[in-house]
Design a binder for this molecule. Structure first.
Ligand SMILES: Cc1ncc(COP(=O)(O)O)c(C=O)c1O
Length: 397
């Protein structure tokens, strides 16, 4: 049968490069009038779209305040600053901005391991890492999979700690049937281009805490009270009107996007669960992942190829993938000095997980073809291994 992988000489499954993610933006015709108004009136910032977006998001998330900011990173920085977080327990397997924003705000990260199946902060390990210096627990809804919200809330209460969620991937996620967003002291979302709700670049801090919302609103404006006599060192973290406009339209499509991504995950699973050595992120019963990213883990002994081998095979098939998060954040040069504990699950996931393409309007045919590429890589894994690493054959010769 001539169904050899492209890396072994066949034609790639995709003729053109298949992107890892594709932003699902509104049709231009649907925003053209409003864009014209923004441009002609020069109302490019702090206008009605920001206000309407914040109102709509607060309603959608079921929180008192949704404060829109320029990114999830600036939202996290302002949240840590406003809550005066000097030390926080956070996962090693997360995006670098969870930690960088804390350091920018003058805080110290204490990295803790994640659960290898949910890929989220391990609550027991987090509890064991709490000391008298700990101010906050920070959990990421990794790839859109809701963190262990109830257990984290109970733990934060027991120890009198702040609880902050890095909800960068959380738009479209549901905890016990409701959008994640109202739990903890704050949930900070990203509206960047790979997310389900897109502003271009942007973020949202969702909170029920009036004082916190007030500080973040001031913090996104340099700390200015309005009298140009700032009472703390803020930044410019405003969300421009054009971005707010795009996000408002994107919000209308959020539920459809989340449902479609869950269907796509089902199709991926149908094909891939038949193959040996592949693992999937576990979403707890009653919750819904946004599938902002769709990650699989690869056991090289069973699959026949390592994660990097599979990524190389897919690359030759013109399929883009991402190695989220390799290296894990506690091993980044910037944060090595903070890392004290061994985090075997974070290390394992960093080395073995691969995020496959997913976007809200992806067709079933595209997923099937990606799965076909993975199937044929697995079938020819031994030949691929030799092609990728000829020294192995020499060593065995
Ligand atoms: C877990 C996590 N936190 C924070 C961020 C930063 O988001 P932004 O690019 O909106 O600052 C990202 C980016 O995707 C992320 O994945």
């Amino acid at each position: 049968m001539n169904d050899r992988p492209a890396l072994l000489g066949s034609s790639p499954i995709f003729e053109e490069r298949l992107q890892f993610a594709k932003p699902d933006l509104p049709a231009f015709i649907d925003i053209a009038d409003e864009v014209r108004t923004i441009v002609e009136r020069g109302a490019v910032t702090k206008g009605k779209h920001l206000e309407l977006l914040e109102e709509a998001l607060a309603t959608h998330l079921g929180v008192k305040h949704a404060v829109a900011v320029s990114s999830c990173t600036t939202g996290l920085m302002l949240t840590y600053q406003a809550l005066n977080i000097k030390e926080a327990v956070l996962p090693g397997f997360t995006f670098m901005a969870t930690a960088s924003s804390l350091v920018w705000a003058g805080g110290r990260p204490v990295f803790v391991d994640v659960d290898s199946e949910t890929m989220n902060l391990d609550v027991d390990l987090a509890e064991r890492a709490i000391t008298s210096r700990t101010d906050a627990i920070v959990a990421t809804h990794n790839f859109g999979n809701p963190a262990d919200v109830s257990e984290l809330q109970a733990m934060a209460e027991r120890h009198g700690l702040r609880l902050i969620f890095d909800a960068a991937h959380g738009m479209g996620s549901q905890f016990k049937g409701k959008p994640v967003g109202c739990e903890g002291d704050a949930q900070v979302f990203s509206l960047s281009a790979t997310k389900l709700l897109i502003a271009g670049e942007g973020g949202v801090v969702a909170t029920n805490d009036d004082e916190l919302a007030k500080k973040i609103r001031k913090g996104r404006e340099y700390g200015n009270n309005g009298d140009y006599d700032s009472d703390f060192a803020g930044i410019n973290a405003r969300l421009p009107e054009l971005s707010a406009l795009i996000a408002r339209h994107s919000l209308n499509k959020l539920e459809t996007a989340a449902r479609r991504r869950n269907e796509l995950k089902g199709i991926y699973n149908e094909h891939l669960s038949a193959l040996p050595g592949l693992g999937f992120q576990r979403v707890r019963a009653g919750n819904r992942s946004s599938y902002t990213y769709f990650a699989i883990t690869i056991d090289p002994a069973k699959f026949g190829l390592s994660r990097d081998g599979l990524a190389a095979a897919l690359d030759a098939e013109n399929i883009e993938t991402r190695r989220y998060y390799d290296p894990p954040v506690h091993r980044h040069r910037a944060y090595r000095d903070y890392a004290t504990a061994n985090l075997p699950n974070s290390d394992f996931l960093a080395a073995h997980s691969l995020s496959l393409p997913i976007w809200s309007q992806m067709s079933t045919e595209v997923v099937s073809r990606i799965c076909h590429a993975i199937e044929r890589a697995q079938r020819y894994s031994q030949e691929l291994k030799l092609a990728l690493n000829p020294s192995t054959s020499m060593a065995h010769a």
